[in-house]
Design a protein around this ligand. Structure first.
Ligand code: OSB
Ligand code: MG
Length: 375
């Protein structure tokens, strides 16, 4: 059964976060989110989300570069072109077209959702996902002082989150993580994420963090580095988890070859979509390296894609898949994403696509710009 896209509509909505989210490279307050609506020649439709931020502080992409890449290159390459299966989209988009993974992923993942509707099977099922529930963690932004972070982390554990990720940067690291470890005790499931804030010259700080028994330290060094992470991993007991550096299956292979990390955070958008995510998942599974699903402060649409992906068997650690009310006063889907008191999010396995319904009227109200490609 092949898919042929007839139309791709792009919109930008703005959605205000309940509280600012600060990482070492910048602060998000109102998210500018690109949503896509894909329509195939038979009229099957699916919504998808492009997760790129407003400024290029995570990867080089932004919502504006994605808008350009989709309208100028990606949509023209796919519209009216029969595609045998969504797993073929990634290869087609990689050929002679460098980078722009988040832009490519927004369309590729949308095509998986179209396929899921065409087959009337859940997205989780067509991806090969086996779980009925996925474990959720929370990612806590950098706070003004250690006590504020302790309060947030304590509340997160009480709420049921199975993992608490503490964002760190120079000046908000050892004291902050130490205070949380002290308050929550030795067994609390804590990790830290530096978003590239350190270099090998900061070894003393990194060795101090190594003493806290963290599940992992995420992306301490440069966003595109593998080699120095390998050097650092030799000096740390704590597993390094790579996020920004893993942009493809090749980079995942490099990490394994060089022992540059022991865990991968898979964000499907960062690697160009679901096919690349599944390839990295399978490679890691074969090498007994756990993966988990990262987040990009998604709306309920992007969250549906993450939940489906996290249902694959080697997603063995809790994902950054918090419920809708962690981020938004009101999400753009009904029902919103919820988490039970054991920190589990239910995978919608009895309906196709993202597994929840888009509030189109609300999306219309929030829309700042709109462009339709194809007929
Ligand atoms: O490094 O994982 C990251 C958000 C924006 C950019 C980078 C990151 C994050 C998060 C958010 O940690 C996690 C979430 O969506 O809850
Ligand atoms: Mg990260």
């Amino acid at each position: 059964m092949s898919v042929t896209l007839r139309q791709i509509s792009l919109r930008e909505i703005q959605l205000e976060l309940k509280e600012p989210f600060r990482i070492s490279s910048g602060t998000a307050t109102t998210r500018r989110i690109m949503l896509l609506e894909l329509v195939d020649v038979d009229g099957t439709r699916a919504w998808s989300e492009c997760v790129a931020g407003e400024i290029p502080n995570y990867t080089p992409e932004t919502i504006d570069t994605c808008w350009l890449a989709i309208t100028k290159w990606i949509a023209p390459a796919l519209l009216e072109t029969p595609i045998e299966h969504p797993s073929h989209v990634h290869g087609k988009l990689e050929r002679n077209f460098r980078g722009h993974q988040m832009a490519k992923a927004a369309v590729e993942m949308g095509m998986w959702a179209v396929e899921s509707h065409r087959q009337d099977k859940s997205l989780a099922e067509i991806l090969g996902g086996t779980r009925t529930k996925v474990a959720a963690g929370v990612s806590l932004g950098i706070q003004d002082n250690p006590q504020a972070l302790v309060e947030k982390a304590t509340a997160a554990i009480a709420r049921g989150y199975q993992k608490v990720k503490l964002k760190i940067m120079p000046g908000a690291d050892v004291q902050f993580v130490g205070a949380v470890r002290e308050a929550l005790g030795k067994t609390a499931p804590l990790m830290a994420d530096a978003n590239n804030a350190y270099t090998l010259a900061d070894i003393e700080v990194l060795e101090a963090l190594d003493k806290f028994g963290l599940i992992m330290i995420e992306q301490p060094l440069a966003w595109d580095d593998i080699v120095r992470h390998a050097e650092l991993q030799k000096k740390l007991v704590t597993p390094i988890c790579l996020d920004e550096s893993i942009t493809s299956i090749d980079r995942a292979e490099d990490m394994l070859t060089l022992s540059a990390g022991r865990i991968i955070n898979i964000k499907p958008a960062r690697v160009g979509g679901f096919s690349a995510s599944i390839a990295i998942h399978d490679l890691c599974k074969k090498n007994n390296v756990p993966v988990w699903c990262g987040g990009m402060l998604e709306s309920g649409i992007g969250r549906g894609y993450n939940v489906a992906l996290a249902s694959l068997p080697n997603f063995r650690l809790p994902g950054d898949i918090s419920p809708s009310d962690r981020y938004w006063a009101r999400d753009i889907v009904t029902p919103e994403w919820t988490m039970d008191t054991d920190g589990l999010v239910t995978v919608p396995r009895d309906q196709p696509g993202i597994g929840t319904t888009v509030n189109v009227d609300l999306v219309d109200d929030l829309t700042q710009r709109h462009e339709t490609l194809g007929g």
